[in-house]
Design a protein around this ligand. Structure first.
Ligand code: 13P
Length: 286
């Protein structure tokens, strides 16, 4: 019987990034403007890209998922649809009925052994449906708009031993906690990225899972580049590409026609995504 994972787009994209030594931008998307900007940027830069939705989308409206899936299907370059931070089995089962290429089985709010057990079981199920999986050994600090708040739980750095155990569950992508923080933490001077730890995690994950980066809100270009050099194959971005758009919308809503608000807003996101494609080195890779 054919392996349902054989043609998984997300695995192919991130394996190619690993081999090519570049990173793929994963854009947290909340609306049409963000999704349109991902497609426009990827096509303009001849770059692979990923559209990331949070579980919020499942509850808000399935139409957002269909829109993102249509964007991936009609784009002239490869674009993957990923569900980020799915935190309950119920949401994951629901998500598996939509055309996601990959789903983050985020059980990091459970204790280590439970996280591992759930990740392994759910990964088997998703693989049988041809959907790739991502997991978070340890626990990345901070929170996000669209993800259930687990901010009362302490962050836990990923160890090499945990990374080994997690890649042995069969996951495709591993999101390490090496000092990175989700959401608004006020600037990189407030965090300490442990690149030595990342090195160890990378060799523990070698040849089994690709590494993916979370928590990039205030990253200067050189830090993003260092993360890609350290093995990150997909770099999740949220405010990093949305902050200009958010400011523009806040200042112009009700003052300019809606079509202008959407059009200029989309351009502002596209410019930031294109910049990140240059920084991560994915420009011209397709
Ligand atoms: P932040 O940079 O806001 O954490 O968003 C990107 C991310 O990691 C989403 O999972």
């Amino acid at each position: 019987m054919a392996n349902p994972m054989e043609n998984n787009k997300a695995v192919k994209m991130l394996r190619a990034a690993e081999e090519g030594g570049y990173g793929v931008v994963g854009v947290v998307s909340y609306n049409l403007e963000t999704i349109a900007a991902v497609v426009k940027a990827a096509e303009a830069k001849r770059s692979p890209a990923q559209i990331l939705l949070f579980p919020w989308a499942l509850h808000y409206s399935p139409l957002l998922i269909h829109l993102a899936a249509a964007a991936c299907a009609t784009a002239k370059v490869p674009i993957v649809l990923h569900l980020d931070h799915a935190q309950s089995e119920e949401e994951i089962m629901q998500a598996a009925t939509y055309p996601f290429d990959s789903i983050m089985v985020d059980m990091s709010h459970y204790e280590k052994e439970e996280n591992l057990e759930k990740t392994e079981r759910i990964t088997k199920y998703l693989h049988s449906k041809g959907i790739a999986t991502e997991a978070e050994p340890g626990r990345i600090n901070g929170g996000e708009d669209g993800v259930k708040d687990t901010g009362d739980l302490e962050g836990l750095l990923t160890t090499e031993e945990e990374a080994k155990k997690f890649v042995n569950t069969g996951i495709d992508f591993l999101a390490p906690a090496f000092g990175n923080v989700h959401g608004n933490y006020g600037g990189v001077e407030n965090i300490k990225l442990d690149f030595e730890r990342l090195k160890g995690i990378r060799s523990a994950a070698a040849a089994k899972s690709c590494l993916v980066l979370h928590g990039t809100n205030t990253f200067p270009d050189e830090i993003m580049k260092a993360c890609v050099k350290g093995g990150m194959t997909r770099c999740n971005v949220n405010d990093l590409v949305l902050y200009k758009y958010n400011k523009y919308v806040a200042e112009n809503t009700g003052k300019v026609p809606l079509t202008e608000l959407m059009g200029r807003g989309t351009e502002l996101i596209q410019e930031q995504i294109e910049h990140q494609m240059d920084v991560m080195g994915s420009t011209g890779k397709v």
